[in-house]
Ligand binder design. Structure first.
Ligand code: CAA
Length: 260
């Protein structure tokens, strides 16, 4: 697929997807969502890609939400299709068997916060701003915000953001556990890449199992969830990387993982 609204590059096993409609603060219209879906599918299927970073073009925004100009005249059935398309794409991102990191460089409002919530890890610049302001324009989050936000920051804090519609800065986002790390704006991408590169050197199958067990165990009863975890852990014992990791540990040498 040819991309118009995103930039997509791959270097040293790290794919970087940049939302690129800076004039509209990278607001997500359906065309951009289709491009995101195609790029995430590509990441999932391409063995050369180990980690995905998502960020925004320009100085101001990661993604300032779903495109309000496109949504304004939607009928309920069209809005449903738009929300379902976003949910399907973000679920694909969330469950893709490789780590994803949101490098939130500015406004991440509404759908922008929701995209970051579907990533495994969120790093933010000191200039980042988060929020679910949908209530202020007469709607509610539609790309998973009412569900993923409480799972990450807790029900009370999520409801405060979703019902109050207020924006929060990176420091507050860090305090409530929405953001993993904060960096100065000019270091965000370099530091995110450094972390991503570190992940590319780790055993890929174990990373896949870690994500699978965390994602799919979360909503199960504890007995079922820990059973899933045991099976995912056991599967790692079929890999060369498990043998290499344990042998290297016992021989006090650096492991050389091959991804097999
Ligand atoms: N949709 C469409 N266009 C948007 C947009 C959005 N979500 N956010 C910003 N823009 C456009 C503005 O209309 C403006 O365009 P023009 O230059 O053509 O007028 C341009 O981007 C720059 O924006 P501002 O002039 O507003 O910039 P600012 O610095 O004064 O304010 C802002 C920045 C606080 C992010 C403000 O733009 C804003 O509040 N944006 C909307 C945020 C929002 O409500 N997001 C939620 C959308 S609903 C949603 O996401 C639903 C869902 O869950 C799926």
């Amino acid at each position: 697929m040819e991309y118009k609204n995103i930039l997509f590059t791959v270097e040293d096993g790290v794919a970087t997807l940049t939302f690129n409609r800076p004039k509209a603060l990278n607001a997500m219209n359906s065309e951009t969502m289709a491009e995101l879906q195609s790029a995430v599918t590509h990441c999932k299927n391409d063995e050369g890609i180990k980690v995905l970073i998502l960020t925004g073009a320009g100085e101001k925004a990661f993604v300032a939400g779903a495109d309000i100009a496109q949504m304004q005249e939607m009928k309920p059935h069209q809005a449903l299709a738009f929300m379902e398309m976003g949910q399907e794409t973000l679920r694909l991102l969330e469950t893709m068997p490789k780590p994803s990191i949101a490098a939130v460089n500015g406004y991440a409002l509404g759908g922008g916060t929701e995209i970051s919530l579907a990533c495994d890890i969120r790093f933010a610049s000191e200039k980042a701003v988060f929020g679910q302001p949908e209530i202020l324009i007469g709607i509610i989050p539609g790309w998973g915000g009412t569900q993923r936000l409480p799972r990450i920051v807790g029900m009370g804090r999520a409801k405060e953001l979703i019902m109050g519609g207020e924006q929060i800065d990176a420091r507050r986002a860090y305090e409530i556990g929405l953001v993993n790390r904060i960096y100065p704006a000019d270091q965000l991408l370099a530091e995110t890449r450094k972390f991503a590169l570190k992940l590319t050197g780790l055993p890929g199958f174990a990373l896949k199992m870690a994500k699978h067990s965390t994602n799919f165990g979360y909503d199960l009863a504890l007995d079922n969830a820990t059973r899933l975890e045991a099976e995912c852990c056991a599967q790692c014992f079929s890999t060369d990387d498990q043998k290499e990791g344990m042998d290297a540990f016992l021989k006090k040498r650096k492991p050389l993982f091959t991804g097999r």
